[in-house]
Design a binder for this molecule. Sequence first.
Ligand code: GRF
Length: 213
Amino acid sequence: MNQSLMESITSPNRINYKRFNPLINLGIMASGKGTNLEAIIKSINKKELDAKINCLIVNNKNCGAKEKADIYGIPCIILDHREFSSREELDRSIVNVFKTYNVELIVMAGWMRIVTPVLINSYLDKIINIHPSLLPSFKGSDAIKQAINSNVKITGCSVHIVTEELDSGEILVQSAIAINPEDNEKSVTTKIQKEEHKILTKGIILAAQKIRG
Ligand code: GRF
């Protein structure tokens, strides 16, 4: 097949989407630009996702994700990790915020901190993460750089359940893209982010179906 006709492969491609009533109560965690947060907001607005973003937690007060929350009127709580004495103490505050906002499913949409059992066990199987590689390859930070340096020809992104072991929980959905000879870190990042914005909604639906049954 002509490569231009097939820029990515997603699995599962089609999912059996049972609508959610009442809406899924989401809590989002983000550290960066917030393009994934915006993708979730757009899916909700297009009625592709029956969810409500009850609140966003950011750890950087000037991050793009906070700006997007302000634009869309989403409550945003700043929990700056530098002001906490340990990861556990930060996670206790995260749990408190999410419980206060009645959150049932947490989405780590570019949360650049390691989370501890304090958070994971409070929301067991109810936290998902988006990671820029085809897990189980290239876990941890700099996943895109790792893929390019390894000379792989295909990489991608994954939405998975968060467990104690880094980037190792059940994979819910993945999308693959090609690394072509002319590609560099920037172009691969652009291709991956385009896929992330597509698969995150699917990952939320799949995780929510597990919770709601
Ligand atoms: C995404 O590429 C995600 O894979 C990684 O962090 C990035 C966040 O991007 N975990 P954004 O802030 O959603 O634009």
